[in-house]
Ligand binder design. Sequence first.
Ligand code: BES
Ligand code: ZN
Ligand code: ZN
Length: 514
Amino acid sequence: MEIVTTHSPPFEIESKALVLFHYEDVTIEKGPLDKIDQRLNGALSNLVLSGELSGKLGEVVVVHTIGQLACERLVIVGVGNSQLATCQQFRLATGHATKVLRKKHITSITVCVQTSIQTALSLKDFVQSIVEGATLANYDFATYRTMDTDSTAIEKMLIAAPDTGDSEKVLPLAITKGQAVGEATNTARDLCNHPGNVMTPTYFSECAEAIASDTGMTINVFERPEIESLGMGALLGVAQGSHEPPAFVVLEYTPSDEIALKQSPVVLIGKTVTFDSGGVSLKNKIHMEHMKADMGGGAAVLGAMKTIAGLQIPLRVVALFPVVENVMGSRAIKPGDVVNSMSGKTIEVLDTDAEGRLILADALHYAQRFEPDCIIDIATLTGASSIVFGPMGIGMFGTDHALKCEMEVAGTESGERVWELPLWPEYKDLLRSYVADLRNISTIFQEGSMMTAASFLHHFVDETPWVHLDIYNTCWNDEEHPLHSKGPTGSGTRTLVKFLINRAFRKEAADAQH
Ligand code: BES
Ligand code: ZN
Ligand code: ZN
């Protein structure tokens, strides 16, 4: 979607659709809405009186202007309560409007910046939020469809903003950031949407290579012989049942900025299981197709890397992707088998469906060689995440208070929400084995399996500050949602991008003081 700005008064702009926002607790506000109401002989006031225009979040009222205004129709979008106005409210409201306009096959829209509506948000936050909302809601994965559907992509968005002096500086940056965050998520969605017969570990590595070469990042794709030399027995154990060879991908973004170059990097790790059948511990067939998105962690990391490299942020970031397909076969790993992880710890694999933690164990150990500032892993790790949160937020675990706070801020800012869960030592103890050093599930009790999964990873983390995000519950969308299409959501990508941007500019400010 192309996004441009103008200072022309909104009601003078010729357009198929002029989008305006309306709070539920404010009558027709002074400004564009009030002026438009006068030109339409009080049509909007009438709609308010009749209750058809309430300003409730998600309400979209379309009014044809029949030549009274330069735009063909007004699209008035409810944003809810003005006292509680947040970025997320404007993202959601814009998402609702985008979905309605897509269904009406309107490909070019004008959105109005109403200064009076920004009681709670700065111009920057308002514009970034509406751009994010529109970019996310405009997403559709059509690669494998040959027939038309009932909606058309919005190709152009004109933002009509009054000239406030600083708007020349603020608007382009807010648009760039909003688009970057939205497009990173859409890249992650694309990766997860490809079916498992296309998105194999080899294809994922090729996608990462293409992104690396487009954005000037360094990439190393380790194939089976190198993975064997590294001693990643846990990753290899998961991969051994599949005809598709595994990969271990190392993608490095190095900023040109001299100071940033000397920093120890942030290491991101994304679980990339291109299809998880459960292996010999076979999953139930209900919705097994969702398991093509068991690479949601890797997709979020790759989407975020593409974006931060595109934005050239001043922060060193290394991304690690353990990439496998988890299927059964005569060579597949069996319950009771023991694997040697790269760390030297041996693991009794009691459930081959708990494969994510096995491949992450080797990636977490490998991460130490970068002497990182911190390690973040993100994974569609447990079905239990859905029982704990429903699809409402992301579970976070971690060893460092400051790092967890940074991630929580990024989660809140992105509207994805991350919420901390505990890493109590008793969970770690549940994973001791009599046969090997560790077992990959607790057999003492199954409850709390989100915590035991995270605690298994904890066994492979040293003193480096570490955060683990479990995104299984948020990675797939089956219902109508203003910001998602059906299927993979690209969950976690926005949080990662915000986390990295915040960290880059916080570090830059700190470095400038020294
Ligand atoms: N990728 C799955 C997460 C998952 C769980 C997806 C349930 C769909 C339904 C993960 O690899 C997994 O299978 N986790 C198991 C672990 C269990 C065997 C301890 C889970 O959470 O059920
Ligand atoms: Zn599994
Ligand atoms: Zn899995």
